[in-house]
Design a binder for this molecule. Structure first.
Ligand SMILES: Cc1cc2nc3c(=O)[nH]c(=O)nc-3n(C[C@H](O)[C@H](O)[C@H](O)COP(=O)(O)OP(=O)(O)OC[C@H]3O[C@@H](n4cnc5c(N)ncnc54)[C@H](O)[C@@H]3O)c2cc1C
Length: 329
Protein backbone atom coordinates (compact mmCIF):
# COMPACT_ATOMS: atom_id res chain seq x y z
CA UNK A 1 0.00 0.00 0.00
CA UNK A 2 1.31 3.43 -0.93
CA UNK A 3 0.58 6.17 1.55
CA UNK A 4 0.30 9.89 1.03
CA UNK A 5 2.32 11.23 3.93
CA UNK A 6 1.75 14.60 5.54
CA UNK A 7 2.32 16.24 8.91
CA UNK A 8 -1.35 17.07 9.31
CA UNK A 9 -4.61 15.96 7.72
CA UNK A 10 -7.63 18.25 7.89
CA UNK A 11 -10.95 16.50 7.25
CA UNK A 12 -13.82 18.68 5.95
CA UNK A 13 -13.73 22.06 4.22
CA UNK A 14 -16.51 23.96 5.96
CA UNK A 15 -15.65 27.17 7.82
CA UNK A 16 -13.67 25.21 10.44
CA UNK A 17 -11.66 23.18 7.92
CA UNK A 18 -10.97 26.17 5.68
CA UNK A 19 -9.80 28.21 8.65
CA UNK A 20 -7.63 25.29 9.80
CA UNK A 21 -6.12 25.10 6.30
CA UNK A 22 -5.45 28.85 6.34
CA UNK A 23 -3.52 28.66 9.61
CA UNK A 24 -1.74 25.42 8.75
CA UNK A 25 -0.59 26.97 5.46
CA UNK A 26 0.39 30.20 7.13
CA UNK A 27 2.49 28.20 9.63
CA UNK A 28 4.07 26.39 6.66
CA UNK A 29 2.93 23.00 7.87
CA UNK A 30 2.83 20.11 5.45
CA UNK A 31 -0.96 19.69 5.56
CA UNK A 32 -3.66 18.33 3.28
CA UNK A 33 -7.32 19.31 3.33
CA UNK A 34 -9.82 16.58 2.35
CA UNK A 35 -13.39 17.50 1.40
CA UNK A 36 -16.14 15.16 0.25
CA UNK A 37 -18.04 17.75 -1.79
CA UNK A 38 -17.67 21.44 -2.53
CA UNK A 39 -15.81 23.63 -0.03
CA UNK A 40 -18.10 25.68 2.21
CA UNK A 41 -19.99 23.12 4.27
CA UNK A 42 -23.26 24.43 5.70
CA UNK A 43 -22.50 27.90 4.29
CA UNK A 44 -23.77 26.46 1.04
CA UNK A 45 -27.21 26.01 2.70
CA UNK A 46 -27.25 29.61 3.90
CA UNK A 47 -28.73 32.41 1.83
CA UNK A 48 -27.43 35.33 3.86
CA UNK A 49 -25.07 35.68 6.81
CA UNK A 50 -25.44 38.87 8.83
CA UNK A 51 -23.55 37.96 11.99
CA UNK A 52 -19.99 37.36 10.83
CA UNK A 53 -17.94 40.24 12.24
CA UNK A 54 -16.66 42.63 9.62
CA UNK A 55 -18.97 41.41 6.85
CA UNK A 56 -22.36 42.94 7.60
CA UNK A 57 -24.34 41.05 4.96
CA UNK A 58 -22.70 38.34 2.94
CA UNK A 59 -24.19 35.48 0.95
CA UNK A 60 -23.36 31.98 2.22
CA UNK A 61 -21.90 31.02 -1.16
CA UNK A 62 -19.87 34.20 -1.32
CA UNK A 63 -18.44 33.68 2.16
CA UNK A 64 -17.60 30.07 1.29
CA UNK A 65 -15.71 31.27 -1.80
CA UNK A 66 -13.90 33.99 0.15
CA UNK A 67 -12.83 31.52 2.86
CA UNK A 68 -11.74 29.02 0.24
CA UNK A 69 -9.68 31.59 -1.69
CA UNK A 70 -8.14 32.86 1.51
CA UNK A 71 -7.08 29.35 2.58
CA UNK A 72 -5.71 28.61 -0.91
CA UNK A 73 -3.54 31.73 -0.71
CA UNK A 74 -1.48 30.07 2.03
CA UNK A 75 -0.82 27.03 -0.10
CA UNK A 76 -2.28 23.99 1.68
CA UNK A 77 -3.02 21.11 -0.70
CA UNK A 78 -6.81 20.79 -1.00
CA UNK A 79 -8.16 17.56 -2.42
CA UNK A 80 -11.61 16.22 -3.09
CA UNK A 81 -12.07 13.02 -1.15
CA UNK A 82 -14.86 11.48 0.86
CA UNK A 83 -13.22 10.07 3.96
CA UNK A 84 -14.53 6.55 4.59
CA UNK A 85 -12.51 5.48 7.62
CA UNK A 86 -9.94 6.82 10.03
CA UNK A 87 -7.75 4.18 11.69
CA UNK A 88 -4.20 4.09 13.05
CA UNK A 89 -1.17 2.02 12.24
CA UNK A 90 1.03 0.24 14.76
CA UNK A 91 3.07 3.43 15.20
CA UNK A 92 -0.02 5.43 16.08
CA UNK A 93 -0.12 7.39 12.82
CA UNK A 94 -3.56 8.20 11.48
CA UNK A 95 -4.59 6.45 8.28
CA UNK A 96 -7.32 8.39 6.53
CA UNK A 97 -8.82 6.41 3.68
CA UNK A 98 -10.87 8.15 1.03
CA UNK A 99 -13.30 6.63 -1.49
CA UNK A 100 -11.29 5.17 -4.32
CA UNK A 101 -8.69 3.69 -1.97
CA UNK A 102 -6.11 6.45 -1.46
CA UNK A 103 -4.81 6.49 2.10
CA UNK A 104 -3.45 9.66 3.67
CA UNK A 105 -1.12 9.17 6.64
CA UNK A 106 -0.10 11.67 9.32
CA UNK A 107 0.71 11.84 13.01
CA UNK A 108 -2.03 14.44 13.58
CA UNK A 109 -5.56 15.10 12.33
CA UNK A 110 -7.82 18.14 12.67
CA UNK A 111 -11.30 16.73 12.19
CA UNK A 112 -13.90 19.29 11.07
CA UNK A 113 -16.59 17.17 9.40
CA UNK A 114 -19.43 19.26 10.86
CA UNK A 115 -22.96 18.02 10.92
CA UNK A 116 -26.14 17.73 8.93
CA UNK A 117 -29.55 19.08 9.93
CA UNK A 118 -32.18 16.36 9.48
CA UNK A 119 -34.59 17.10 6.65
CA UNK A 120 -38.38 16.79 6.83
CA UNK A 121 -38.42 15.24 3.38
CA UNK A 122 -41.54 16.99 2.10
CA UNK A 123 -42.15 18.76 -1.22
CA UNK A 124 -40.99 22.38 -1.16
CA UNK A 125 -38.27 21.84 1.46
CA UNK A 126 -35.32 21.80 -0.95
CA UNK A 127 -36.92 24.37 -3.25
CA UNK A 128 -37.42 26.97 -0.50
CA UNK A 129 -34.26 26.27 1.51
CA UNK A 130 -32.76 29.69 2.21
CA UNK A 131 -35.98 31.31 0.96
CA UNK A 132 -37.96 30.81 4.15
CA UNK A 133 -36.96 27.25 5.05
CA UNK A 134 -34.12 27.11 7.53
CA UNK A 135 -32.56 24.97 10.27
CA UNK A 136 -30.93 27.65 12.42
CA UNK A 137 -32.80 30.17 14.61
CA UNK A 138 -29.79 32.16 15.86
CA UNK A 139 -28.58 32.49 12.28
CA UNK A 140 -31.80 33.34 10.47
CA UNK A 141 -34.37 34.46 13.07
CA UNK A 142 -33.64 38.16 12.54
CA UNK A 143 -34.68 37.88 8.88
CA UNK A 144 -38.28 37.22 9.97
CA UNK A 145 -38.96 40.30 12.13
CA UNK A 146 -42.72 40.92 12.41
CA UNK A 147 -43.56 37.86 10.27
CA UNK A 148 -45.43 34.64 11.03
CA UNK A 149 -43.14 31.72 11.72
CA UNK A 150 -43.68 27.97 11.98
CA UNK A 151 -41.38 25.72 13.98
CA UNK A 152 -41.42 21.99 13.26
CA UNK A 153 -40.47 19.52 16.00
CA UNK A 154 -41.19 18.72 19.62
CA UNK A 155 -37.85 18.22 21.35
CA UNK A 156 -35.62 20.60 23.31
CA UNK A 157 -34.21 22.33 20.20
CA UNK A 158 -37.60 23.00 18.63
CA UNK A 159 -39.11 24.40 21.81
CA UNK A 160 -36.05 26.40 22.90
CA UNK A 161 -35.49 27.84 19.44
CA UNK A 162 -39.23 28.50 19.15
CA UNK A 163 -39.08 30.60 22.30
CA UNK A 164 -36.01 32.39 20.91
CA UNK A 165 -37.92 33.16 17.70
CA UNK A 166 -40.73 34.93 19.60
CA UNK A 167 -38.39 37.92 19.87
CA UNK A 168 -38.61 38.30 16.07
CA UNK A 169 -41.83 36.78 14.76
CA UNK A 170 -45.28 38.33 15.18
CA UNK A 171 -46.46 34.78 15.98
CA UNK A 172 -44.57 31.48 16.35
CA UNK A 173 -46.57 28.32 15.75
CA UNK A 174 -45.04 25.02 16.78
CA UNK A 175 -46.23 22.06 14.72
CA UNK A 176 -45.85 18.72 16.42
CA UNK A 177 -46.92 15.29 15.25
CA UNK A 178 -47.86 14.08 18.74
CA UNK A 179 -50.11 15.39 21.52
CA UNK A 180 -47.28 16.15 23.92
CA UNK A 181 -43.80 17.62 23.64
CA UNK A 182 -40.59 15.77 24.41
CA UNK A 183 -38.82 18.97 25.51
CA UNK A 184 -37.86 19.61 29.14
CA UNK A 185 -40.72 21.02 31.23
CA UNK A 186 -39.01 24.33 31.87
CA UNK A 187 -38.49 24.92 28.14
CA UNK A 188 -42.08 23.98 27.39
CA UNK A 189 -43.40 26.37 30.00
CA UNK A 190 -41.35 29.29 28.70
CA UNK A 191 -42.58 28.71 25.17
CA UNK A 192 -46.20 27.84 25.88
CA UNK A 193 -46.71 30.78 28.25
CA UNK A 194 -45.38 33.27 25.72
CA UNK A 195 -48.07 35.55 24.28
CA UNK A 196 -46.83 35.05 20.72
CA UNK A 197 -46.68 31.24 20.84
CA UNK A 198 -49.16 28.68 19.59
CA UNK A 199 -49.07 24.90 19.07
CA UNK A 200 -50.79 22.73 16.49
CA UNK A 201 -50.86 19.20 17.94
CA UNK A 202 -51.04 15.82 16.19
CA UNK A 203 -50.18 17.36 12.90
CA UNK A 204 -47.62 16.79 10.18
CA UNK A 205 -46.41 19.01 7.37
CA UNK A 206 -47.31 17.59 3.98
CA UNK A 207 -45.86 20.35 1.83
CA UNK A 208 -44.09 23.69 2.09
CA UNK A 209 -45.91 26.16 -0.13
CA UNK A 210 -44.48 29.23 -1.79
CA UNK A 211 -44.00 31.41 -4.81
CA UNK A 212 -41.05 33.05 -6.56
CA UNK A 213 -40.37 35.23 -3.48
CA UNK A 214 -40.25 32.35 -1.02
CA UNK A 215 -42.40 30.49 1.51
CA UNK A 216 -46.05 31.49 1.81
CA UNK A 217 -47.44 28.69 3.96
CA UNK A 218 -47.70 25.05 4.95
CA UNK A 219 -50.07 22.29 3.92
CA UNK A 220 -50.88 20.34 7.09
CA UNK A 221 -52.59 17.06 7.94
CA UNK A 222 -54.07 16.05 11.28
CA UNK A 223 -52.69 12.55 11.94
CA UNK A 224 -55.80 11.49 13.92
CA UNK A 225 -58.64 12.80 11.79
CA UNK A 226 -56.84 13.01 8.44
CA UNK A 227 -58.25 16.54 8.07
CA UNK A 228 -56.09 18.85 5.97
CA UNK A 229 -55.52 22.58 6.43
CA UNK A 230 -53.18 25.40 5.44
CA UNK A 231 -51.17 27.70 7.70
CA UNK A 232 -49.96 31.02 6.40
CA UNK A 233 -46.28 31.63 7.34
CA UNK A 234 -43.19 33.08 5.69
CA UNK A 235 -40.58 31.34 7.86
CA UNK A 236 -40.30 27.60 8.50
CA UNK A 237 -37.71 26.52 11.08
CA UNK A 238 -37.12 22.76 11.10
CA UNK A 239 -35.70 21.24 14.29
CA UNK A 240 -36.16 17.51 14.03
CA UNK A 241 -32.52 16.68 14.75
CA UNK A 242 -28.94 17.46 13.78
CA UNK A 243 -26.48 14.68 13.16
CA UNK A 244 -22.78 15.17 13.84
CA UNK A 245 -20.74 13.55 11.05
CA UNK A 246 -18.86 10.96 13.08
CA UNK A 247 -19.63 7.76 11.19
CA UNK A 248 -16.06 7.34 10.03
CA UNK A 249 -14.87 7.13 13.63
CA UNK A 250 -15.00 4.29 16.14
CA UNK A 251 -16.83 4.46 19.46
CA UNK A 252 -14.02 5.18 21.78
CA UNK A 253 -13.43 8.86 21.03
CA UNK A 254 -15.13 10.52 24.01
CA UNK A 255 -18.40 12.10 22.96
CA UNK A 256 -21.53 13.50 24.57
CA UNK A 257 -24.88 11.65 24.59
CA UNK A 258 -25.81 13.19 21.23
CA UNK A 259 -22.60 11.99 19.57
CA UNK A 260 -20.71 15.30 19.48
CA UNK A 261 -17.00 14.82 20.16
CA UNK A 262 -15.71 16.15 23.47
CA UNK A 263 -12.54 18.20 23.63
CA UNK A 264 -10.54 20.15 26.16
CA UNK A 265 -10.01 23.88 25.71
CA UNK A 266 -7.22 23.22 23.17
CA UNK A 267 -9.50 21.06 20.98
CA UNK A 268 -7.68 17.90 22.05
CA UNK A 269 -9.86 14.78 22.14
CA UNK A 270 -9.42 11.57 24.10
CA UNK A 271 -7.09 10.37 21.28
CA UNK A 272 -3.67 12.05 21.28
CA UNK A 273 -3.03 13.77 17.97
CA UNK A 274 -6.72 13.84 17.04
CA UNK A 275 -8.08 17.38 17.25
CA UNK A 276 -11.65 18.45 16.56
CA UNK A 277 -13.15 21.83 15.61
CA UNK A 278 -16.51 23.29 14.62
CA UNK A 279 -20.00 21.84 14.64
CA UNK A 280 -18.87 18.26 15.23
CA UNK A 281 -17.56 19.33 18.65
CA UNK A 282 -19.65 19.20 21.82
CA UNK A 283 -20.34 22.83 22.71
CA UNK A 284 -22.99 25.41 23.57
CA UNK A 285 -23.34 27.26 20.25
CA UNK A 286 -22.65 26.18 16.68
CA UNK A 287 -21.89 29.16 14.48
CA UNK A 288 -19.36 30.20 11.86
CA UNK A 289 -17.56 32.30 14.45
CA UNK A 290 -17.24 29.39 16.88
CA UNK A 291 -16.14 27.04 14.08
CA UNK A 292 -13.29 29.30 12.96
CA UNK A 293 -12.32 30.02 16.57
CA UNK A 294 -12.11 26.31 17.35
CA UNK A 295 -10.13 25.67 14.18
CA UNK A 296 -7.56 28.34 15.00
CA UNK A 297 -6.95 26.76 18.40
CA UNK A 298 -6.91 23.23 16.95
CA UNK A 299 -4.19 24.01 14.40
CA UNK A 300 -1.91 25.67 16.93
CA UNK A 301 -2.49 22.80 19.37
CA UNK A 302 -1.71 20.30 16.58
CA UNK A 303 1.45 22.20 15.68
CA UNK A 304 2.56 22.12 19.30
CA UNK A 305 1.77 18.41 19.47
CA UNK A 306 3.91 17.74 16.38
CA UNK A 307 6.77 19.81 17.78
CA UNK A 308 6.60 17.84 21.02
CA UNK A 309 6.76 14.58 19.05
CA UNK A 310 9.78 15.83 17.11
CA UNK A 311 11.52 16.99 20.24
CA UNK A 312 11.14 13.52 21.63
CA UNK A 313 13.00 12.26 18.56
CA UNK A 314 9.95 10.60 17.09
CA UNK A 315 9.31 12.80 14.11
CA UNK A 316 8.47 9.83 11.93
CA UNK A 317 5.22 9.11 13.73
CA UNK A 318 3.60 8.98 17.09
CA UNK A 319 5.18 8.01 20.42
CA UNK A 320 5.32 4.40 21.63
CA UNK A 321 2.68 5.16 24.30
CA UNK A 322 0.32 6.41 21.63
CA UNK A 323 1.07 3.44 19.44
CA UNK A 324 -0.07 1.08 22.16
CA UNK A 325 -3.55 2.55 22.11
CA UNK A 326 -6.37 1.11 20.05
CA UNK A 327 -5.78 0.73 16.34
CA UNK A 328 -9.13 2.21 15.44
CA UNK A 329 -9.91 5.78 16.46
C1 LIG B 1 -29.54 27.00 7.13
C2 LIG B 1 -28.36 27.38 7.97
C3 LIG B 1 -28.09 28.73 8.14
C4 LIG B 1 -26.99 29.10 8.92
N1 LIG B 1 -26.73 30.43 9.07
C5 LIG B 1 -25.69 30.83 9.85
C6 LIG B 1 -25.42 32.21 10.07
O1 LIG B 1 -26.11 33.08 9.54
N2 LIG B 1 -24.40 32.53 10.89
C7 LIG B 1 -23.63 31.59 11.52
O2 LIG B 1 -22.70 31.94 12.23
N3 LIG B 1 -23.86 30.26 11.33
C8 LIG B 1 -24.87 29.87 10.53
N4 LIG B 1 -25.14 28.53 10.38
C9 LIG B 1 -24.30 27.56 11.09
C10 LIG B 1 -22.94 27.42 10.37
O3 LIG B 1 -23.14 27.24 9.00
C11 LIG B 1 -22.17 26.27 10.97
O4 LIG B 1 -22.00 26.51 12.35
C12 LIG B 1 -20.79 26.12 10.32
O5 LIG B 1 -20.92 25.89 8.93
C13 LIG B 1 -20.01 24.98 10.94
O6 LIG B 1 -18.82 24.83 10.24
P1 LIG B 1 -18.02 23.46 10.27
O7 LIG B 1 -16.84 23.68 9.39
O8 LIG B 1 -17.80 23.01 11.66
O9 LIG B 1 -19.00 22.37 9.64
P2 LIG B 1 -19.76 22.28 8.24
O10 LIG B 1 -20.10 23.62 7.74
O11 LIG B 1 -20.83 21.30 8.48
O12 LIG B 1 -18.67 21.67 7.25
C14 LIG B 1 -18.24 20.33 7.35
C15 LIG B 1 -17.60 19.92 6.04
O13 LIG B 1 -17.05 18.61 6.19
C16 LIG B 1 -17.33 17.85 5.03
N5 LIG B 1 -17.35 16.43 5.37
C17 LIG B 1 -18.23 15.79 6.18
N6 LIG B 1 -17.94 14.48 6.25
C18 LIG B 1 -16.86 14.28 5.44
C19 LIG B 1 -16.11 13.14 5.08
N7 LIG B 1 -16.40 11.90 5.55
N8 LIG B 1 -15.06 13.30 4.24
C20 LIG B 1 -14.73 14.53 3.75
N9 LIG B 1 -15.43 15.65 4.06
C21 LIG B 1 -16.47 15.52 4.90
C22 LIG B 1 -18.71 18.36 4.58
O14 LIG B 1 -18.93 18.08 3.20
C23 LIG B 1 -18.59 19.85 4.88
O15 LIG B 1 -18.08 20.56 3.77
C24 LIG B 1 -26.19 28.12 9.56
C25 LIG B 1 -26.46 26.76 9.36
C26 LIG B 1 -27.53 26.39 8.57
C27 LIG B 1 -27.81 24.94 8.35
Amino acid sequence: MEYRDHELIIVGAGPAGLCAALYAGRSEMDAVLLEAGIAGGQLLLTELVDDYPGLEDVGGMELAQKMSDHAAKFGVEATQGNVGTITRDEQGRFLVEVDGGDVYRAPAVVYTAGGTPKRLGVPGEEEFMGKGVTYCAICDGAFFKGEEIAVIGGGDSAVEEGEFLTRYGSKVTLIHRRDELRAQAVLQRRFLEHEKSDVIWNTVVEEILGDEKGVTGLALRDVETGETSELSVTGVFIFIGFTPNVDVLGEHVDHDPSGYIETDRDMRTSIPGFFVAGDVRSQLVRQITTAVGDATTAVFAAEKYLLDLKERGEAEGASPEIAQEAQTV
